[in-house]
Design a protein around this ligand. Structure first.
Ligand code: ADP
Length: 274
C-alpha cells in the first residue's frame, strides 16, 4: 500500500519535472536562435559601411586627378566612418546595459539632471532643424537607479524625437510623480510632432535592429539599437517604456521608473533585496 502511495506521489511530480525540462530546452533553443540572429544582424550592419568604405577608397584612388570628386568621395567616407563609430558605440552600450546590474550602484538621480543631459546631447541637431525643446515638471523628482544607464535611456528617446521630426516643430519633455500600489513611480514623457508610428511597427520598434524605414534611419545615423537599449534599461530598473503614436501627428514615449524614496523604502522593508 505504501509503495503505491509513494509512486502515485512521484508520478505527477515526475511528469512535472519532464515538462519543466522540455520547457527549459525550448527556452534554451529560443535564446540560441535569438543569439544567432543577433550575430547575423551585427555582421550585416558592420559589413554595409565597411563595404562602402572600401568602394569609396577605390573611387578616391581612381579620381586622384579630379580634386572635386576626391572631396566628394572623402565626404562620403567620413559619413560611413561616423556611422560605423556610432554603431560600435551603441553595441558597446547595449552589451553594457545587458551585463551590468544597474541596481548594484543605484542612487537617487535627479530628473532635471537627466533631462538636461538628454537635451544637451541633441542641442546641435535640434538647432539645425529649428526644433524647440521644452521641459516641465522635472523639479525635485528623483528616480532610483544607475545614472549612466538612465541618462542613456532618456537620451535615446529625446534623440529619436528630434531625428524623426520635421523642422520647426516642438519636442516636449514632461515629468510627474504617479502613485502606484508597489510604490510611487516617476513618469517621464517625451512628445514629438513627427512622423508617428503605425500600429504594426509599434509592436516591433523595441526589437534590436528594427527600423521602420532603414534608409531614413540611416540618414539620421540610426542603428536600430536605441529603443532596445531603452527597453532593457527600463525593465532592469523595475520600470517600463511605452509608446503612444498617431501617424502623421507625432509620438509620445513614456518612461516609468521607481521613485527614489519609494525604491529605498522598499529595499528597507525587504533587506534581502538590498
Ligand atoms: P534608430 O537608431 O533607427 O533610431 P531606434 O531603436 O531608436 O533605432 O528606433 C527604432 C525605429 O523606431 C526607428 O528606426 C524609427 O523608425 C522608429 N522611431 C523611433 N522613435 C521614433 C519617433 N519619435 N517618431 C517616429 N519614429 C520613431
Amino acid at each position: 500500500g505504501e509503495a503505491l502511495a509513494v509512486s502515485a506521489r512521484v508520478a505527477p511530480l515526475g511528469s512535472r519535472l519532464v515538462l519543466l525540462l522540455v520547457e527549459d530546452l525550448t527556452e534554451a533553443r529560443r535564446i540560441e536562435a535569438v543569439r544567432r540572429d543577433f550575430v547575423a544582424n551585427v555582421s550585416h550592419e558592420l559589413k554595409t559601411p565597411v563595404g562602402a568604405l572600401s568602394l569609396l577608397s577605390e573611387a578616391v584612388m581612381d579620381a586622384s586627378d579630379d580634386p572635386e570628386a576626391v572631396e566628394r568621395f572623402a565626404g562620403r567616407m567620413q559619413n560611413e566612418a561616423t556611422r560605423l563609430t556610432s554603431l560600435v558605440q551603441e553595441l558597446i552600450d547595449l552589451s553594457r546595459v545587458q551585463n551590468d546590474d544597474p541596481l548594484e550602484d543605484a542612487e537617487p538621480v535627479g530628473v532635471d539632471e537627466l533631462v538636461a543631459e538628454a537635451a544637451d546631447r541633441c542641442r546641435h541637431q535640434a538647432g539645425t532643424k529649428q526644433i524647440t525643446m521644452a521641459a516641465g515638471g522635472t523639479a525635485d523628482l528623483h528616480v532610483w537607479g544607475n545614472r549612466g544607464q538612465l541618462a542613456a535611456a532618456l537620451g535615446n528617446l529625446v534623440e529619436n524625437a528630434v531625428n524623426y521630426s520635421p523642422p520647426r516643430t516642438r519636442v516636449g519633455i514632461a515629468a510627474r510623480r504617479v502613485t502606484a500600489p508597489g510604490g510611487d513611480l516617476i513618469e517621464i514623457a517625451v512628445t514629438d510632432q513627427g512622423l508617428g508610428i503605425s500600429d504594426k511597427d509599434k509592436e516591433r520598434i523595441f526589437e534590436r535592429f528594427y527600423r521602420v524605414d532603414p534608409a531614413r534611419s540611416r540618414a539620421t545615423g540610426g542603428t536600430g539599437l536605441g529603443l532596445a537599449i531603452v527597453k532593457h534599461v527600463a525593465a532592469s530598473h523595475g520600470g517600463e517604456v511605452t509608446v503612444w503614436s498617431a501617424e502623421g501627428q507625432g509620438s509620445t514615449f513614456t518612461l516609468r521608473l521607481p521613485e527614489a524614496g519609494a525604491a529605498r523604502d522598499r529595499a528597507q522593508q525587504h533587506p534581502a533585496l538590498d
